[in-house]
Design a protein around this ligand. Sequence first.
Ligand code: F3S
Length: 296
Amino acid sequence: MKVIRAKTAGFCFGVDRAVKLTYDLLGQGRRVATLGPLIHNPQVVQDLEAKGALTCDGVEDVPDGYEVIIRSHGVPQNVYEKISTRGLAYHDATCPFVAKIHKLAAEAGKKGALLLVAGDANHPEVQGIVGHATGPVRVFADLEELQNLLPELLQQESIHVVAQTTFRVESWESCKAFLKKECTKAEIFDTICNATWARQQEAEDLSQKCDRMVVIGGHHSSNTQKLLQVAARHTTAINVETADELDPAWLAGAETVGVTAGASTPSSIIEEVLNSMSEEIRDDMSFEEMLAASEA
Ligand code: F3S
């Protein structure tokens, strides 16, 4: 069995930055609280909590004397106001790609435009974007929901369109094509981040070459689930959070297995999954085959 690891697998720039910042502060003995789990990876969150970080639902839950960490997803504008009212110190790890969308959201309202957001309305990043809007906002999850909004869109003078940074690239392309044809006044801003483009593209390419695809990452991680959807279009794909979840029987008979990972998956977990797979390869090999493989 040949295992091919995606070059882009694992932490993206924004997640890496937020995680390093939090470990650095904890290493300095500071008391820190994150607003929601820092990243969508339970193992990393548990480790941070074991080192003293608090995970709070909102600013009101942060104990006095703690420094707030704003995660890479960003937060609505009113959260900054709540932090300031409580007089808490804070560190802003909002990813610059997300911060750019916050700026676009605020500008749309100032220019009298409706803000149209492609994304999951329940995702914290989208809630943050909506919370920076200064005028009317509509959120749509896919082409069908966008099509349903068309009568309302045609009544608008001006429309600015943005996408959640981790939106599915293929779906975004079809939504853009629809708007360009049916609603020509919509001004479209391509805000899917580079990390998402690269990961989804690589998952697309790799899944076409493999009998199975293993997508490592949190079951609640939006970008991981999108990688899974992309991979599942071309081959049999599975999402695992840790090596324990990968059933060796699932790989039986596969000649080539592709491995990718969501943007919030640490390299240590990727290595564990890869190691568990190579143990499986060794189990499948005769001693002569193992020797030949080790000499190759
Ligand atoms: Fe930033 Fe994109 Fe990662 S928006 S947090 S680089 S997935």
